[in-house]
Design a protein around this ligand. Structure first.
Ligand SMILES: Nc1ncnc2c1ncn2[C@@H]1O[C@H](COP(=O)(O)OP(=O)(O)OP(=O)(O)O)[C@@H](O)[C@H]1O
Ligand SMILES: [Mg+2]
Length: 477
């Protein structure tokens, strides 16, 4: 069976628990009072039976209009009083006081046996005869050795007890309903501080804590150490303090690392440029140089070109991380796409290149060099990470204030396990293939950082074939 969510809340459970406890108490009180009342009333009947001491039964001996007797004496007997006289263990006479006088009671054989079995000790016991309703009877031994049984009806006792139960049921139902409402209100009131704790915790949970500088002004207002909820609130506040400290330390660490990356790549630029320049210079010497030396110089030159590109990429990322403002000018994105695609065509003539451009030129505000780099990185990926003959489509569109740039290819696609992290730095889907293609894994990180710096975003839109999608605001970031 499924419990509805509302019934699982602490409030609902506490309220239900209180009501159930109260209902059990009411039940115990009800049963107790009914039992006590019943005992008391039956006790009173027994007292009456003891007081009458078989007087009515004794008068049954005198049958009316015989020997001048005046018959059974019903005087002082309550209507319903039953009397029986037994001689030698068998019933001789049985009669009952009725409104108009005394009348005989027709007894069955079973009734006679039941009456004969009543011990003549004067004590009250309950008996049910088929001729009568439930009765309380007591038997005493008469003067001449006969047994005199007197009975009083239990009906009125049962009626009184039933009435009590009815009244109690009504009263308890009203009390339970009122108590339920009151308990719900009270529990709600008592749990209000807990809700404030939960509200604080969920506000904190919504804060962007993943990176950067984080301010956590949220604190729980109820911190009375004398209450349990106050202790929870105080503990949560202490924890928030620790988390805030840890986040501040993390931010400082991130800052240091970012500055280190920026400084290191900046410092590396000059020596790398010098190596490259010297290698080029040496290669231009016209005097005969041994071929191994020429080959080595060629390698030095090629690798220093690659290294200076890498250093530039690192420096750009470090600057974008630090939130350095980019240039902010109108940029004709259509023009950039045309140029970049024709460059890509020249670099990869074996691929089939296609452009889908809107009629109107698309303009954004931003840094033309960085945006060119963004497009070039995506096109370079579509060229270097796919086999020759791959169809690459560059699609530019404007949809409701957003520029959408799609670079799609029908190459091998990105393995599913890498789709999450493909935009991270130094991540390459196929290590062997990419290294052969000369990739370092910074291209997509730059695409994402440049898009973000322009107030847009970059994502992998489809994956079985690759579609990288960059969205930028038309007006620029
Ligand atoms: N169009 C694509 N088709 C298949 N795989 C791709 C495609 N684009 C990117 N990838 C995969 O994503 C990885 C990361 O790309 P990214 O551009 O960040 O790095 P890279 O191309 O390896 O190196 P870099 O661009 O820095 O020279 C690539 O190594 C490649 O495995
Ligand atoms: Mg790349």
């Amino acid at each position: 069976m499924r419990v509805p969510a509302a019934a699982r809340t602490l409030r609902a459970r506490l309220t239900a628990g209180l009501v159930v406890l109260l209902a059990l108490s009411c039940l115990a009180v009800g049963l107790g009072t009914a039992a006590a009342l019943s005992r008391f009333l039956v006790g009173r009947l027994d007292e009456q039976l003891a007081a009458s001491g078989g007087r009515f039964a004794a008068t049954l001996e005198h049958e009316p209009h015989r020997d001048g007797d005046e018959g059974p004496d019903a005087r002082g007997q309550a209507p319903g009083t039953f009397g029986a006289r037994l001689i030698g263990g068998s019933v001789r006479q049985a009669a009952m006081v009725r409104a108009g006088g005394v009348g005989p009671v027709p007894l069955t054989t079973a009734d006679r046996h039941a009456l004969a079995a009543v011990p003549a000790d004067g004590r009250g016991r309950s008996l049910s005869l088929s001729a009568l309703e439930e009765y309380r009877v007591a038997a005493v031994r008469g003067d001449d050795g006969d047994v005199l049984i007197t009975g009083l009806p239990l009906g009125p006792v049962e009626e009184t007890v039933h009435r009590l139960i009815l009244v109690e049921t009504v009263v308890f139902a009203v009390v339970l309903a009122a108590a339920g409402i009151a308990a719900a209100a009270w529990v709600r009131l008592a749990l209000r501080p807990l809700r404030r704790v939960a509200a604080t915790a969920s506000r904190v949970a919504e804060l962007p804590l993943a990176s950067g500088e984080v301010a956590m002004p949220e604190r729980v207002p109820d911190t009375d150490p004398r209450t349990e909820v106050g202790q929870v609130g105080a503990a949560l506040n202490r924890m928030l303090g620790h988390v805030e400290n840890a986040l501040a330390r993390r931010h400082a660490g991130e800052e240091r690392l970012r500055r280190f990356a920026a400084d290191a790549s900046h410092e590396l630029r000059t020596p790398v440029a010098a190596i490259r320049g010297h290698a080029e210079l040496a290669l231009r010497i016209s005097e005969p140089v041994p071929p191994e030396v020429r080959h080595a110089l060629g390698r030095i030159q090629a690798e220093s070109v690659r290294m200076s590109e890498l250093v530039d990429d690192l420096l750009l990322l470090a600057r974008l991380d630090a939130g350095r403002p980019l240039e902010s000018r109108p940029v004709d994105l259509t023009r950039l796409v045309l140029d970049a695609t024709s460059d890509a065509h020249a670099a990869g003539p074996d691929h089939r290149w296609e452009m889908v451009l809107p009629e109107e030129p698309v303009t954004v505000t931003g840094d033309a060099r960085r945006l060119h780099q963004l497009i070039a990185n995506l096109l370079a990926n579509a060229r270097t990470h796919t086999p020759p003959g791959t169809h690459v489509t560059v699609r530019l569109a404007v949809r409701g204030g957003t520029v959408v740039l799609d670079v799609a290819d029908d190459g091998p696609g990105i393995p599913p396990e890498q789709r999450e992290e493909i935009f991270q730095r130094f991540v390459r889907a196929d290590q062997g293939r990419s290294r052969a293609a000369g990739g370092t894994g910074l291209g997509l990180a730059i695409v994402q950082a440049v898009a973000a710096a322009h107030g847009g975003r970059a994502e992998l839109a489809a994956a079985e074939h690759t579609v990288f999608r960059v969205t930028l605001p038309v007006s620029g970031g």
